[in-house]
Design a protein around this ligand. Structure first.
Ligand code: BGC
Length: 769
């Protein structure tokens, strides 16, 4: 764990330059706008440790799978989130000497990510080897308003010299992915040109043939006024730049304004892309840096207006929740149903692909409550559109009759994860996709989605489960063999309680959904049955048999659900007894040792209890929590939030708070020693859940909004805003009071601590606790 980020409510602040922390900071200070994003790399040359990263949404490379031993059914490729053209480069040479913080002496340094304004600012003073000292202030952002554009204002002030500065503002397409399997570069050049004051570069990905057209325009100002310098155009392979040489004087500031656009062939026809890049660049250059920056601040104000969480009395907690919300918005805006929420967003390469079960299990509730309904619906439609591929994927593994297995990792619906114990066995992901349809219908009350899209997906998923189980003569029950549950520290286990539970839940829910659609839209149902060749009696009859006779491992003595058949055969040791030097296990222990240990990577049985909470009484929940929590190492970022929610439900406020801090500051404080790879974007939705569902106790029951708020001791108060159906309500929880403000024109029934209240449109209600 590190502790170098300064605590501040609206800003993420790093003071002083420690090159060993640079890759971590590059992740933390990442910026993005849903369409593109980047790590907080430096504009000028940096020869020290860095992970360079610029990403364009939806653009990926199918890197050839590399495995030790090929297994039938493996996908041919692993989709890599692609490091794309670097548009931020501004090389600076002072009287011929290159500015590089790795070789110069850094006298002062700070980085600030301003979450209200949506800007990244870096300031430093550096002494070059020549003894020349200069100050730099660099402000940049990826515009939310013009979401294919970014802008930089890079100001240089000589402290003790005068002379010449040469500047090279570039587009560099000669980039690579650090995780390239065969050290291959993934881009080829299509074209590069100079057009008036613009430099343009179009690159193409190998194999997938995506095009990204980038353009830049650079202006040099001195003492607040443009110099009107014409750039010298520089071009080499996969690279274009605009060069300037300016005379500088001690104490006088030279500002470099750089405007950049990145357009993807996902959105334009290829032969028009360069012209479109020019038009987009013209538009932002005409706006100018200051107006773009103002619009950026307004757009962010709008996001905060709809979804801020305010915590009083605990700056670390306040900063952290805002950081999580900020990063989620930077990753996914919900405007494009082809996009999804990658576990690292635009902040690193790790994990590849863009879509995991994380989206359905963790992210959906955040968007349901804080964004227009269409955003959550788009996330579901994304999977609907990939149903054919999920059916194909299941067929490759030997399933038939329209059974669908959604991929563990995907970019376009095809599986691209290639470790057999996950690709073939971590099948619980299918359940999360069904659960998301349920969650959406429960939250929005919109059952129409089921008829239109949802049921078709559910039928494919239910068919998969029905074929994945088998009858055990010995147990006289249906069993589910050879699976990996959410806890990836056990592989190829039999009867993982969570997987079996969500499997039969899917069967039940699909039967219910059929009945619902039958009542709502019988014509559609007939159409759907014909399309899917569904034999209602026969198939649902078999499903019911599985539901009635499924085997779930339990331990009667301990009164708990067993994570899997053999869990209690393992030596039972608690996390508290592990030496600190052994943690994190995934970096310190051999894989074999991890697999044989009882240590749990992430919520597994507890994940099931979290989803299906209403099926269990409080004592059952407590027994399972008391047993599994001390064995969980939380080495997946997705874990602490589930534990936080359950701890809060059980009234274990201290632990709930501890888990909250862990999930919310996971990256800011580098808890798992892996922030340098990128941020854990999907688990950030879990942070939000731990406030709203954890401390706020928000649940939807029988179509109504329920709250059960509790206040962590360290906090004076907290407040969150949610949209529920047509209503918008702010919930503020303080020591003695729960204040509800209905900020909409519709009345809302709301249950607080189990009591129903009528919250009239545009009115407040104060309840003493
Ligand atoms: C977790 C998975 C998760 C993936 C991406 C893994 O470490 O175990 O549950 O889907 O990360 O976030």
């Amino acid at each position: 764990m590190k502790n170098y980020i300064k605590h501040q409510e609206w800003q993420i602040i790093e003071e002083g330059f420690d090159p060993h922390l640079n890759k971590i900071s590059e992740s933390i200070f990442s910026i993005g706008n849903g369409r593109m994003g980047q790590r907080a790399n430096f504009e000028e040359t940096y020869t020290g440790e860095t992970l360079q990263g610029n990403y364009v949404a939806g653009v990926y490379y199918p890197d050839k799978t590399r495995v030790g031993w090929w297994k039938n059914g493996y996908p041919e490729y692993f989709a890599k989130v692609l490091n794309a053209t670097n548009w931020i480069g501004i090389r600076v040479a002072v009287n011929g000497e290159e500015l590089d913080l790795n070789t110069g002496k850094v006298l002062e340094f700070s980085r600030v990510l301003d979450m209200q304004l949506g800007t990244l600012t870096r300031k430093f003073i550096v002494e070059l080897r020549s003894g020349n000292v200069l100050g730099v202030e660099a402000v940049r952002f990826c515009s939310l308003v013009d979401d294919e554009a970014g802008a930089i204002c890079y100001s240089i002030t000589p402290h003790n010299f005068e002379g010449q500065i040469s500047i090279e503002s570039s587009l560099d397409g000669d980039v690579k992915n650090q995780d390239s399997n065969y050290d291959e570069k993934f881009w080829t050049e299509i074209s590069k040109t100079e057009q008036n004051s613009f430099a343009l570069l179009t690159m193409e990905t190998k194999k997938t043939a995506f095009w990204v057209s980038s353009g830049i325009h650079t202006e040099i100002h001195q003492n607040g006024a443009p110099l009107g310098l014409k750039p010298k155009f520089v071009s080499k392979e996969k690279y274009v730049a605009q060069q300037f040489t300016v005379d500088v004087k001690k104490g006088e500031t030279t500002a470099i304004y750089k405007y950049a656009v990145n357009l993807s062939s996902e959105n334009y026809t290829k032969n028009k892309m360069e012209a479109e890049a020019v038009a987009t660049l013209q538009k932002i250059v005409a706006k100018g840096f200051d107006r773009m920056r103002q619009e950026q601040a307004q757009a962010w104000a709008g996001k905060w207006q709809n979804g801020d969480v305010v915590i009083e009395g605990d700056v670390a907690a306040q900063q952290a929740i805002r950081f999580n919300i900020f990063q989620l918005h930077q990753t996914y805006t919900g405007e494009d149903a082809r996009l999804n929420i990658g576990p690292k967003g635009f902040t690193g390469e790790k994990y590849g692909g863009s879509t995991y079960w994380d989206t359905e299990a963790y992210c959906l509730p955040f968007y349901l409550a804080t964004a227009p309904q269409q955003v959550a619906e788009n996330l579901l439609i994304y999977r609907y559109k990939q149903l054919d591929k999920a059916i194909e994927n299941a067929e490759k593994l030997g399933f038939k009759n329209g059974a669908a297995l959604y991929p563990m990792v995907t970019m376009n619906g095809e599986e691209c994860h290639n470790e057999w114990e996950i690709t073939f066995e971590e099948i619980h992901r299918n359940g999360a996709i069904a659960f998301a349809i349920f969650n959406y219908s429960r939250y929005t009350g919109d059952q129409g989605y089921l008829a239109k899209y949802g049921l078709e997906v559910l039928i494919g998923i239910a068919r998969f489960w029905a074929q994945r189980v088998n009858w055990s003569i010995e147990k006289e029950r249906y069993v589910m063999l050879g699976v990996t549950g959410p806890n990836e520290y056990e592989n190829n286990v039999n009867n993982n309680w969570y997987t079996s539970t969500i499997a039969t839940w899917c069967l039940k829910y699909t039967i219910e959904a059929i009945e619902l659609v039958k009542g709502m839209d019988p014509v559609r149902l007939t159409e759907l049955f014909a399309k899917t060749n569904f034999k209602e009696q026969e198939e649902t009859g078999h499903w019911q048999e599985i539901i009635d006779q499924m085997f779930y491992p339990v331990d009667e003595k301990l009164g708990i659900f067993l994570q899997q058949d053999g869990y209690l055969d393992k030596e039972q040791v608690l996390v508290k007894d592990l030496p600190a030097s052994d943690r994190p296990l995934n970096q310190k222990w051999s894989w074999d040792r991890i697999l044989r240990s009882c240590f749990i990577k992430q919520a597994d049985v507890l994940q099931g209890i979290y989803f299906f909470e209403e099926d269990y009484d409080l004592e059952t929940i407590r027994r399972n929590y008391d047993f599994y929590e001390p064995r969980t190492v939380h080495e997946s970022s997705l874990s602490p939030c589930v534990h936080a929610i359950i701890a809060a439900k059980l009234g274990d406020l201290d632990r709930a708070y501890e888990f909250y801090l862990r999930t919310s500051r996971l990256d800011l404080d580098d808890y798992n020693n892996d922030t340098e790879d990128g941020l854990h974007i999907t688990s950030m939705a879990g942070t939000w859940l731990s406030v709203v569902e954890g401390f706020g106790g928000m649940r939807i029951k029988e179509g109504a909004l329920h709250l059960h708020p509790i206040l962590p001791q360290k906090w004076t108060s907290y407040a969150f805003k949610i949209g529920f159906r047509q209503a918008v309500v702010t919930v503020k929880v303080s020591d003695k009071q729960v204040k509800l403000s209905n900020e909409s024109n519709v009345n809302l029934e709301i249950h607080v601590f189990g009591l129903a209240h009528q919250l009239q449109a545009n009115s407040n209600l104060e309840l003493n606790t």
